[in-house]
Design a protein around this ligand. Structure first.
Ligand code: C5P
Length: 223
C-alpha cells in the first residue's frame, strides 16, 4: 500500500482549459497549459493519494499512477468530477471557459458571401461552486484557484466566499508575470482567516508545497 502524508486519501484534480464547440470542427478555448494542475496531480500521487485527474485538452502526458479522465467541455468536466466523487480533497485548477456557444452548429458552419455567422453565448456551470456548495458528497477540503491581473488578494477573498471553498490559491497572471504556459508561479494562499505569500517557485515546487499543506489541513480535519 502507498505511504506518505496523503495515503488512503482520494484526491480529485481538475486541470487544463476547456474547449467549447462552435461547430464540429471549431471551438472557443483559452491559454491554460495544464502545467500547474498536472503537477499537483503528480505531487498528490507521490504523497500516497489515490488521484483522479480530470483534464481538459492539453499536450502534457498523463501523470504515471494517476487515473486520468479526458474531457473537452465544461459540462463534460462537471459530469466527470461528479462521477469521480466521493473524495477527501478537491483541487480545481482547470481554467474552465465561462461561456459556451448556445447555438453551436451540428454541421460545419459554411462561409457565405457577405453574411457573417453570429454566435450567442450562454454561461457554463461553475464546477468549483457547484461541488463546494453542495451538502451531500462535498469533499471536506475544497481548493480553488484564482488567476488575477490586479487586486489579487482582494479578488481571491471574494472568490473564496462566493464559491464556498476552503482555500484559494491566487496567482498573478498579468503578462509581466509570465505564469500562463510558463514553468514558475508566485502564489498566495488565501483562507477565511489568513493570507500567506510564497516566493516564486517552479510549478512542481508549488505543487509539492501545496500537497504538503493540504495533508496537514486534512489531518487537522480528521474526526
Ligand atoms: O471565477 P474564476 O473562473 O476566476 O474562478 C476560478 C476557480 O474556479 C478555479 O478554481 C476554477 O477551476 C474554478 N472554476 C470552475 N468552473 C468554472 C469556472 C471556474 O470550476 N466554470
Amino acid at each position: 500500500a502507498p505511504s506518505g502524508p496523503l495515503a488512503g486519501r482520494h484526491v480529485i484534480v481538475t486541470s487544463g482549459p476547456t474547449h467549447e464547440p462552435i461547430d464540429p470542427v471549431r471551438y472557443i478555448a483559452n491559454r491554460s497549459s495544464g502545467k500547474q494542475g498536472h503537477a499537483i496531480a503528480k505531487a498528490a500521487r507521490e504523497a500516497g493519494a489515490r488521484v483522479t485527474l480530470i483534464s481538459g485538452p492539453v499536450t502534457l502526458p498523463d501523470p504515471p499512477g494517476v487515473t486520468t479522465v479526458h474531457v473537452e467541455s465544461a459540462r463534460a468536466m462537471l459530469e466527470a468530477v461528479e462521477g469521480a466523487l466521493p473524495a477527501d480533497i478537491g483541487i480545481f485548477a482547470a481554467a474552465v471557459a465561462d461561456w459556451r456557444v448556445a447555438n453551436a452548429g451540428e454541421q460545419k458552419i459554411k462561409k457565405k458571401d457577405g453574411a457573417l455567422p453570429s454566435l450567442s453565448l450562454t454561461e457554463n456551470p461553475d464546477i468549483l461552486a457547484t461541488i463546494a456548495r453542495r451538502t451531500e458528497n462535498r469533499p471536506p477540503l475544497m481548493v480553488g484557484f484564482a488567476a488575477e491581473t490586479e487586486h489579487v488578494i482582494e479578488h481571491a477573498r471574494q472568490k473564496l466566499a462566493k464559491k464556498g471553498c476552503d482555500l484559494i490559491v491566487a496567482n498573478d497572471v498579468s503578462a509581466e508575470a509570465g505564469v500562463m504556459g510558463g514553468d514558475s508561479n508566485t502564489v498566495h494562499l488565501v483562507t477565511a482567516s489568513a493570507v500567506e505569500t510564497w516566493p516564486t517557485l517552479s510549478k512542481t515546487e508549488v505543487a509539492r508545497k501545496l500537497v504538503e499543506r493540504l495533508g496537514a489541513m486534512a489531518e487537522g480535519a480528521k474526526p
